[in-house]
Design a protein around this ligand. Structure first.
Ligand code: FAD
Length: 471
């Protein structure tokens, strides 16, 4: 029996998709990568996932675990060429299994949408702090598998810091039950850490125990204009000293990035007029007035020190939402205006200004026609450094004159020179496997390969992602 037929005999009617009906599962968020697959399987339980994996393992057929398809490195959809894989979508696994408010933990299926998980936590007066622009469609399994960062890492850490336990179907079709809700557990290797950020190459996450936090009730939010990144760094340090852990968000963007959002979303005006803009948010579990005064006095001190050009404080929830809309609008604007070559680097926080100066100079020297579109989770040293070409310059070709690789090399070399990483939060996926091979170092790369071989000896889990297939 053909593999799709075998899977169909196992799963309920209508949950194995083939032919033209697969199209929605085959395209990445950018619309730049469209592959093909044998079929898409839509299991509902960990046991069904395990049965699918056993059938695929026997046939040595590749499996691509798929969440909400909002990943930005092409990891959750098939690439071009090679043997056709099975896509295993977790989208029907959407139960919130249990909330233990007293333990500040929540057990969920991997297919739960991030925003639904956030809402469920709020309903019990708790916070699940991972937050990002795609939260309305990305799934917990995808968020865990990419170790997503987002806009509150400064205070709460990345996804890795907010996962207590996992349930994973291993590449041989067995189920590892690591759904513990413990803050301390040194009983052997921390297996769950292997699967966090593994981009579906070591197993399929079917459940997760999430760490919750006290729910902040008070927010104080400002939109601030500064003249240059060096002053943004001083401002960040000032806010960290004065506000401590209340500083939850410190997001920087350049004027070109802000103008793109304003154009794309047809917004009337920018809150501030400056070469660089920062969204700052303080959160606390109580006392709005204190937080507001802390924000105001910190901005006053920064103004006196000549660090900022202008600042607007949100006076109500609507203004706060408007500031956030400017931040969250960046990805859509960048997908739709011109042709943007994205980079997702990190450097030590103190080196962000230097990175921005050197990378900007190096790119504009080589590509004077390019426009630089920068948005940065600055508090984490993470810079999304976009190099945009007008559609007229880019033309209809996929990659005129090898520009993609040339831009990537220049930007990542600048990050490397400062002790940085070519992938801060979006992962390696299919797009950056050569970068990983070139930049991980021989010892590190071989260790990753050995780990992959130990978990997945037949190489069926998300083949062609993170590590290249022929290794
Ligand atoms: C508008 C926008 C804003 C974004 N902002 C941020 C941001 O601020 N910070 C950030 O870090 N990212 C951001 N991203 C990237 C993206 O949202 C994250 O990578 C997200 O975590 C991916 O989740 P997903 O469910 O869409 O996964 P997918 O895209 O479907 O898959 C991503 C990877 O996870 C694997 N995977 C998915 N589910 C499972 C599973 N159950 N088990 C094993 N592997 C699995 C896939 O195989 C693939 O390798 C943004 C994306 C968009 C479109």
């Amino acid at each position: 029996m053909e593999l799709p037929a075998q899977l169909s005999s196992l799963l309920p009617a209508g949950t194995v998709v083939t032919g033209h009906d697969m199209s929605v599962y085959l395209e990445d968020w950018w619309g730049r990568q469209v592959g093909s697959a044998l079929c898409v399987a839509l299991p509902k339980t960990a046991e069904e996932v395990a049965a699918i994996v056993r059938i695929c393992a026997a046939a040595r057929c590749g499996i691509i675990p798929q969440g909400g398809r909002t990943g930005l490195t092409g990891a959750g959809v098939p690439g071009a060429g090679g043997r056709l894989p099975v896509i295993l979508s977790l989208s029907r696994m959407r139960s919130i299994r249990k909330i233990d408010a007293a333990n500040a933990s929540m057990e969920v299926d991997a297919g739960c949408i991030l925003s639904e998980v956030q809402s469920a936590a709020i309903a019990t007066d708790r916070l699940f702090p991972v937050s990002l622009g795609a939260e309305g469609s990305c799934q917990i399994g995808g968020v865990v598998s990419t170790n997503a960062g987002g806009t509150s890492v400064l205070r709460y850490g990345t996804t890795r810091e907010n996962i207590l336990g996992l349930e994973v179907v291993l590449p041989d079709g067995t189920i590892w039950d690591g759904m513990k809700a413990l803050r301390k557990d040194n009983s052997g290797y921390a297996l769950r850490q292997m699967f966090i950020g593994a981009e579906g190459t070591l197993g399929i996450i079917t459940g997760a125990v999430l760490k919750l936090h006290p729910l902040p009730k008070a927010h104080a939010t400002a939109w601030v204009g500064v003249a240059e990144p060096e002053l943004a760094l001083r401002l960040l340090n000032r806010f960290q000293s004065r506000c401590g852990e209340r500083l939850t968000t410190f997001e920087l963007m350049n004027a070109e990035q802000l103008a793109s959002v304003i154009t794309y979303r047809k917004i009337v005006a920018s809150p501030t007029d400056a070469p660089w803009h920062i969204l700052i948010e303080l959160d606390d579990t109580s006392d709005t007035q204190f937080l507001f005064e802390l924000l105001l006095s910190s901005l006053d001190a920064a103004m006196d020190a000549g660090e900022i050009l202008d600042a607007v404080i949100a006076q109500n929830g609507m203004q706060r939402n408007n500031f956030w809309a400017l931040r969250h609008g960046t990805a859509d604007a960048n997908r739709n205006i011109g042709h943007l070559l994205p980079a997702d680097i990190s450097v030590p926080v103190s080196a962000v200004p230097k990175f921005l100066n050197t990378a900007s100079a190096a790119i504009l020297k080589r590509f004077p026609e390019a426009q630089l579109v920068v948005v940065s989770h600055m508090g984490d040293g993470n810079v999304h450094f976009g190099v945009r070409f007008s559609r007229r310059v880019w033309g209809r070709q996929d990659d005129p004159a090898g520009t993609v690789v040339a831009v990537r090399t220049v930007v990542n070399d600048c990050a490397d020179a400062l002790g940085g990483s070519f992938s801060a939060e979006h992962g390696v996926g299919r797009r950056l496997i050569e970068e990983l091979r070139a930049r991980a170092g021989h010892v590190g790369y071989q260790a990753m390969q050995r780990l992959k071989d130990a978990f997945d000896p037949y190489g069926i889990m998300n083949p062609g992602c993170v590590l290249s297939c022929q290794d």
